[in-house]
Design a protein around this ligand. Structure first.
Ligand code: MG
Length: 398
């Protein structure tokens, strides 16, 4: 497929690659900085952005000396500017600065690692500016996958997956040239509630949902993992990244999180990518592709891996998975509605304003209520997002 081969044009050995990290203070952003630090002979930070965590942003800027930093929340501008006044770093604040920072001429690659719908506009601008995209913000493809992948093709820009499952698939496809994919097998840990009954799920609390068994991640994605909306989003993400039909994507629950995903080919052969759960590997692979660089991750020890198990997901207890497939099948602005309603639900759940199972009710009702648009423009997505948020909020309040 297009996005893989084109990336070879980027020479990893010449000057240091200039990287912009959108969302540098989050879980992915901080681990990306560890990767850059481990390979400071190859990579350099050109820009860092954060939403609100200005203290960490200041510390990162003082350590990595980027050319530009942006804080989205303008209330933090003066503090950021004053703290970096002795350094030759350009400091900006606000949504417009955030949307444009990744378009600067020297940038080679943009790591899109901010959370949620907010990632869409800066990522689209970076694609238009011809930057390679390391994509950790799955919501960008959930909301507007058709628009974003089309834009990437038009601008001859590779979209390199950072999500561990999609990186696994990407790694399985290396060397397969144009061999068609028969099926993608997306693995899911099942999250902290994998074995819980409906009765237990009814009373699942914020604290219980925030305890993921295998992965240490930000709050939004951890709740999405507990509700399996994360896996639903990854199904949609996989459809756009690898150009397969929804019927070619199967979710397999694999509680040990050792197999990160698999690809089945036309001859029945299945390739899997395995490893310890450490996001630095997929981040680094997106940076260094097609090369592999050394990385100090913990290695798999097969003498202690007593069993790897696989089971079917339960669509009754985890309705978000079925809702995601439905949104993908219907297409148009439906995945955008799904995402907006989910963002509102997760924010409300974190504030204990909505119950765990109630989230799926609100999402389903929002999908039924908001007007369907079969071929949305960017403006339609923006309008759909706003309307769906309002509708979902009303369902939560009433
Ligand atoms: Mg993932």
């Amino acid at each position: 497929m297009y996005t893989m081969d084109k990336h070879n044009q980027y020479d990893n050995t010449a000057r240091k690659r200039q990287i912009a990290i959108l969302g540098s203070t989050g879980s992915i952003g901080t681990q990306a900085l560890q990767v850059i630090e481990e390979h400071s002979d190859k990579y350099e930070v050109y820009a860092l952005t954060a939403n609100n965590n200005v203290d960490l942003l200041i510390a990162q800027a003082r350590k990595f000396l980027p050319d530009v930093v942006v804080v989205a929340n303008e209330m933090h501008y003066a503090k950021l500017r004053d703290a970096l006044a002795d350094l030759p770093i350009k400091v900006y604040a606000g949504a417009d600065a955030l949307a444009d920072v990744a378009t600067a001429e020297p940038i080679d690659m943009v790591l899109a690692s901010m959370v949620g719908y907010a990632g869409l506009r800066p990522t689209m601008n970076a694609i238009r500016a011809g930057k390679a995209i390391a994509l950790a913000n799955k919501e960008t493809l959930v909301v507007a996958g058709e628009l974003v992948t089309q834009l990437a093709i038009e601008n001859r820009v590779p979209l390199l997956p950072v999500d561990s499952e999609h990186s696994a698939i990407f790694q399985c496809l290396a060397g397969e040239m144009s061999n068609p994919i028969e099926k993608l097998l997306l693995t899911a840990s099942g999250g902290p509630f994998r074995t819980w009954s409906m009765e237990q799920l009814q009373h699942a609390t914020r604290e219980q949902a925030l305890k993921h068994p295998n992965w240490d991640m930000g709050a939004k994605i951890t709740i999405d993992s507990a509700s399996m909306m994360n896996k639903g989003f990854e199904v949609i993400e996989a459809k756009w990244l690898f150009d397969v039909a929804p019927s070619q994507i199967e979710v397999v629950v694999h509680p040990q999180s050792v197999v990160h995903s698999m690809v089945q080919f036309a001859d029945g052969s299945v390739k899997a990518q395995l490893g310890t759960p450490d996001m630095r590997l997929p981040i680094q692979y997106a940076f260094s592709y097609p090369q592999r660089l050394p990385l100090s991750t913990e290695r798999l020890d097969f003498s202690t891996l007593s069993s790897l198990t696989f089971e079917q997901p339960d669509p009754v207890r985890f309705r978000n998975l079925a809702l995601s497939f439905e949104a993908l099948e219907r297409g148009g602005n439906m995945p955008c509605i799904l995402n907006a309603a989910n963002e509102v639900c997760v924010a409300a759940f974190l504030k204990e304003r909505v119950g765990f199972l109630q989230m799926s009710d609100v999402i389903e009702r929002t999908m039924q209520k908001v007007d369907f648009i079969s071929t949305p423009t960017y403006e339609d997505y923006v309008a759909t997002d706003a309307i769906a948020r309002r509708v979902a909020e009303e369902f939560i309040t009433h």
